[in-house]
Design a protein around this ligand. Structure first.
Ligand code: BTN
Length: 340
């Protein structure tokens, strides 16, 4: 199995139990005055200042602003990964939690764990050497900046509903980021989350079905959190965006990943019991494509039409061409988009 980070932490990082660290980690991104922090922790201002200086020396970005106080803007990547492990361990839900410095692909990794008999696992890679996208494409993500995460879950639905699962996952990513950070991202059929007209996240759903009809799914989610344009190959630079680029601030991956997983698990529960129907209204509200005229490539063919919505059970894209003919598209690539 690939190495985890547990054994590679320096003594400064091991001081995770430290009160100041705990305080900062449980209040990321928010400013607190030195007085507030020292009072609530029962330590002197001088001890607080010493601790903050030492954290800064160890790569923690604790911002200090006159009149506002201190805030934790970002933490060293390996500490952040440990925080991810701690966060996902809290709920006692996962059979296995894999926080990996480097992995070929978190989806491939969990498919192998499934073959090894595991049913419920989460994997996060700081870096993927062969990140996989839809249709055999490569998924690019710079080391230490973004979220490369997959979840393996038992899911009692037919493999034909795989596109619908991707839709539920996309709505979970968009919904969690909207709720937590008030960032107006949208879903773009079939498997993307968009922000300001650019790709913020891609989703790769892979289902495994056994002869006895037990089924499991691996949902892989790649979110551009702190990447910058120059981190991507030139041909992708104008097509992608990150949360940092949009907000101008470093964002803690643990905050994004934990809120996404929480909403994803809740939504999959609803989807299993009540189907995609429950998500149609939300999709219509958050859709980047609804009402637009798109040109879609499906295999060797091209279809053009206005996006009317998605199929209420299966998540296929519903298009209507100029002649009023309706098409249901199972999978395809959107090549052109224009307003009606
Ligand atoms: C796409 O947009 O084509 C889908 C991209 C999916 C990327 C994620 S990152 C985590 C998981 N592991 C992978 O190899 N792929 C998915």
């Amino acid at each position: 199995m690939a190495p985890t980070l547990q054994d590679h932490c320096s003594s400064a990082d091991r001081a995770m139990s430290d009160k100041v660290i705990e305080f900062l980690l449980s209040n990321p991104g928010r400013f607190f005055s030195g007085e507030e922090i020292s009072k609530s922790l029962g330590i002197s201002r001088q001890a607080l200042w010493k601790k903050i200086s030492s954290l800064r020396k160890n790569g923690w970005n604790v911002e200090g602003k006159a009149g506002k106080g201190y805030r934790l803007a970002s933490i060293p990547s390996h500490v952040e990964l440990e925080t991810l492990r701690a966060t996902f361990s809290e709920k006692n839900f996962w059979e296995e939690i894999h926080i990996l410095e480097s992995v070929d692909s978190t989806n491939s990794f969990l498919l192998k764990r499934y073959e090894g008999g595991i049913k419920r696992a989460i994997a996060i890679g700081d870096e993927q050497s062969s990140g996989r996208g839809r249709m055999g494409r490569r998924w690019f993500s710079p080391r230490g900046k973004n979220i490369n995460m997959s979840v393996l879950l038992p899911l009692a639905v037919s493999p034909a509903l795989s596109p619908a699962i991707t839709i539920v996952a996309g709505l979970s990513v968009a919904g969690a980021i909207r709720d937590k950070f008030k960032i107006p991202c949208q879903v773009k059929w079939p498997n993307d989350v968009y922000l300001a007209g650019k790709k913020l996240c891609g989703i790769l759903t892979e289902m495994v079905a056994e002869l006895d009809s037990t089924r499991s799914v691996v949902i892989g989610i790649g979110i551009n959190v702190n990447s910058e344009r120059r981190d991507f190959p030139p041909h992708l630079r104008d097509l992608v965006i990150s949360l940092k680029e949009y907000t101008g601030k470093d964002i803690m991956r643990v905050d994004v990943a934990s809120s996404v997983v929480e909403l994803l698990l809740r939504n999959l529960e609803i989807f299993q019991r009540r189907g995609l129907e429950m998500f149609i209204e939300k999709w219509n509200r958050l859709s980047f494509l609804k009402g637009k005229v798109v040109t879609l490539r499906t295999g060797k063919e091209k279809v053009q039409g206005e996006v009317k919505g998605i199929h209420r059970e299966r998540g296929y894209l519903v298009l209507e061409d100029e002649g009023g003919n309706r098409f249901e598209i199972i999978s395809g690539d959107v090549e052109e988009i224009r307003d009606r």
